[in-house]
Design a protein around this ligand. Structure first.
Ligand code: ATP
Length: 353
């Protein structure tokens, strides 16, 4: 058993091409993933998630920096010498092999004894609940079932780390939700470290122990989902994860004020700032509420259980408040209506300009 964290990337840089046209796919990325952790790399298309995963798998060599697995430097090891397996979005199953043969394939390549291959294959098929379909070929399986085969195949050699590159993005929404809980269960039952790549913030928030948010080759923030959501380090993270209102404000003498003077809440910083407030952290109150910010309703969007209320503030800026939808018979706040707006305690995120 090796020592140390499951995976470490130390100051990893990856360039594609040379000279001024080189793409800086990874720009000094350092991150440590703990053993048994469900770690997610989250970011928009092209931010470098796949490149980082490929550096861990050994399909790419970093231009600079090191990759460690269980505390051991594996930067120069070929992929087959790393106890790492990858599950791709395209399941990459062998079409001419049965489900069981697909799962057994990697174990046979490793030269494991026949009896062990059979026992492990059976265990893996039971783990992903495909025992009944062991003799089918991939083209006779649904997308979700094919993804389970790919998972069973990747888990069979008991890698120290399983890398998952957008494994659910080809599935429809319902199946995707099912597979999300399935993946959580598999990770829990096997205890294997998962490094999961997605550009879907909701998927990252629901599945991960910790999330690393990436943008333009950089890792901007690494934290548990609640901290990423409630304490984003900058505007990009706040904007990428969930909906956010950004308001220009000034901080002075312990108070954050709108530029038109109304107090939003307390602070310890000073100067020109931007504050971020989640729509669900805004509460409506009476227009006569002296402690609330006076606002005017501009419109609303029905979302089912909740509605988005679009509001204009005294300084002319606009915000969205998420409020419970009213029963059909009750009139909601109409455009032009004055309301009071309160900010939930602790809900203001200060982003310094
Ligand atoms: P997506 O979600 O779209 O897969 P990503 O976040 O995984 O995106 P990467 O695939 O890691 O992003 O790509 C990061 C950057 O590196 C992009 O600008 C991409 O075009 C570039 N890139 C990736 N692989 C290569 C390559 N083999 N040659 C040249 N450029 C590459």
């Amino acid at each position: 058993m090796t020592q140390g964290p499951a995976v470490e990337a130390q100051s990893v840089v990856k360039h594609f091409g040379d000279g001024p046209d080189a793409v800086r796919a990874l720009d000094d990325v350092s991150v440590t993933v703990a053993r048994g952790e469900f770690f997610t790399l989250l970011g928009p298309s092209g931010c470098g998630k796949t490149t980082l995963l490929r550096c861990i798998a050994g399909f790419e060599t970093p231009t600079a920096g090191r990759i460690l697995l269980g505390g051991r430097d594996i930067t120069d090891d070929p992929p087959n010498r790393r106890r790492v397996n990858t599950v791709f979005q395209s399941y990459a199953l062998f079409p001419h092999l049965t489900v069981a043969q697909n799962v057994a394939f990697g174990l046979q390549m490793l030269g494991r004894p026949k009896a062990e291959v059979r026992a492990t294959t059976d265990r893996m098929l039971a783990l992903v609940r495909l025992d009944a379909l062991a003799d089918r070929r991939p083209d006779a399986l649904s997308g979700g079932q094919q993804q389970r085969v790919a998972l069973a195949r990747a888990l069979a050699p008991q890698p120290e780390v399983l890398l998952l590159d957008e494994p659910l993005s080809a599935l429809d929404l319902k199946l995707r939700k099912e597979m999300q809980s399935e993946l959580k269960r598999l990770q829990h039952e096997t205890g294997i470290t998962f490094v999961f790549v997605t550009h879907d913030q909701e998927e990252a928030l629901t599945m991960s122990d910790r999330i690393g948010v990436m943008s333009a080759g950089r890792l901007l923030q690494v934290a548990p989902p609640r901290d990423i959501y409630n304490r984003p380090v900058n505007r990009f993270v706040a904007d990428f994860i969930g909906e956010t209102n950004f308001l220009p404000a000034t901080a002075h003498a312990g108070q954050i004020r709108l530029r038109s003077g109304e107090v939003l809440g307390p602070t310890t910083v000073s100067g020109a700032i931007t504050v971020a407030i989640r729509p669900e952290q805004l509460r409506l109150s009476d227009p006569g509420d002296h402690e609330a910010i006076p606002a005017t309703v501009e419109g609303s969007t029905y979302l089912g259980t909740d509605s988005h209320l679009h509001l204009r503030l005294p300084d002319g800026s606009r915000v969205v408040a998420r409020i419970p939808s009213l029963p059909q018979a009750e009139p909601g706040p109409a455009p032009g209506m004055p309301v009071g707006l309160r900010v939930a305690p602790g809900a203001l995120q200060v982003l310094e300009d």
